[in-house]
Write a protein that binds this ligand. Structure first.
Ligand SMILES: [Mn+2]
Length: 424
């Protein structure tokens, strides 16, 4: 289904007076408000194809119906989101779930919605039908060279699909590890993983990057071969200048200081991108900003400060993507909430008085440093985010419009109550 321009216009007209009042009140307090708004307009967050269906747990999955039945319908769903919020102009595909029958026609369809293809994701954490070798005991780390070769070839195949679609990033997340002490020689597993990654790296086109994602535990529960940022960083460093570390917010042990990790990776020129989500216990994959929005703000504070210090482009020098999956919300509503939360955190970070903060830090004025950060965090920036959306042609209140247009009901009618997307 399509959301017509006039529906957005009508919605914006009805919300305009209240918005204008809130925006003007805030705009007066924001220095260089137009430049900040432009940064918000430009900032885009990619949507993963697997978040468009209702996620599940290992216990069950409860589809809400109307989920995309094909890759084309996944593109249409991201198109819906982007029409509403003008902040999700890219889709991230997962192979083999999203193998295009025709890359050219898929690209054309995406272009109709103003979308392009972000990072391509390989999958060696599951066995596929008719696959010659099993990944039960790992893929790139496997003791058997034939399994490693199969996993390497799969990643190279993912690069080829990505090239056809105009992507320029391969994102590698490995489930490789061990579940019991003694199962694995850590040193050999790391070395085999490095050698496998080197073969994949050699197949990367010149203008491509590879992101190495780490995760502390799960599905293996004793060790993960790329378990933390240090392991990812050493691999990325050994691979070369096209290899970077990818930070998934849910892939840390409890209470990890993610903002510090981000600051260091950025300082070393090895931060590639993000997978946004939120968690309370582990890799909960909950809606970004739903559990710990202060942490999200602190991360963005490091990102903005670190990127500005290195003269980096906020929009294009790092990869921004959501990676969430849960089983109790409408996935499209969830994604609208996540994108909003990310933009709020970004806007708050842009509000931080960096000069004053650095002065306070130099003088060891701990109290004032905290005040400066929290002054930005406690500012309700939603009118700024809404104004940016308005200027970009989106809806003032995307979620409200999604509901009032009964988008999900219409999708269920179109696709059926039993339509279930591929995903986790
Ligand atoms: Mn991830």
């Amino acid at each position: 289904m399509l959301i017509e321009k006039y529906a957005i216009q009508e919605h914006n007209n009805s919300a305009a007076t209240a918005h204008q009042r809130r925006f003007e009140q805030l705009a007066g307090q924001v220095p260089q408000v137009d430049s900040l708004l432009q940064k918000l307009v430009d900032f885009q967050i990619a949507i993963p194809s697997w978040a468009l269906g209702t996620g599940g747990t290992r216990f069950g999955r409860f589809s809400g119906g109307g989920e995309p039945r094909s890759l084309e319908e996944k593109i249409e769903d991201v198109g819906l989101l982007h029409t509403l919020n003008r902040s999700s102009d890219a889709v991230s595909l997962h192979i083999p779930w999203d193998i295009p029958t025709s890359a050219a026609s898929l690209k054309a369809l995406a272009a109709q919605f103003g979308l392009h293809f972000d990072a391509m994701n390989s999958n060696t954490f599951q066995d596929q039908p008719e696959q010659a070798h099993s990944y039960k005991f790992g893929s790139l780390q496997h003791t058997d060279k034939a399994v490693r070769k199969q996993a390497i070839e799969h990643n190279i195949e993912v690069i080829r699909y990505g090239q056809e679609l105009g992507s320029n990033v391969l994102s590698v997340w490995l489930a490789d590890g061990s579940s019991f002490p003694g199962q694995l020689n850590f040193r050999k597993a790391y070395q085999r993983t490095l050698e496998s990654l080197q073969e994949i790296y050699a197949a990367l086109p010149g203008d491509w990057k590879v992101f190495i994602e780490y995760k502390a535990f799960e599905p293996n529960f004793y060790s993960t071969t790329v378990g933390d940022w240090g392991q990812s960083y050493t691999l990325a460093t050994k691979l070369g200048s096209k290899a970077y570390t990818l930070v998934d917010l849910g892939h840390h042990l409890p209470n990890a200081n993610i903002e510090q990790i981000v600051a260091l990776l950025l300082n070393e020129g090895k931060l590639g991108g993000f997978h946004f989500n939120d968690s309370k216990y582990g890799d909960d994959d909950l809606t970004t900003g739903s559990i710990n929005p202060y942490q999200l703000f602190l991360i963005f504070n490091e990102l903005v400060e670190g990127m500005d210090a290195r003269g980096m482009n906020h929009v294009s020098d790092l990869g921004w993507m959501i990676d969430a999956s849960h089983n109790v919300k409408d996935p499209l509503e969830d994604l609208l909430q996540a994108v909003e939360a990310i933009k709020i955190a970004y806007a708050q970070a842009l509000l931080v008085n960096t000069k004053a903060l650095q002065e306070a830090q130099e003088q060891n004025d701990v109290t004032m440093a905290q005040e400066i950060l929290q002054q930005a965090y406690r500012t309700d920036v939603r009118p700024l985010v809404a104004e940016a959306r308005l200027r970009a042609g989106g809806a003032l209140q995307p979620l409200h419009l999604f509901r009032s247009l009964k988008v999900r009901d219409r999708l269920v009618k179109e696709r059926g109550a039993g339509a279930v997307a591929t995903g986790l």
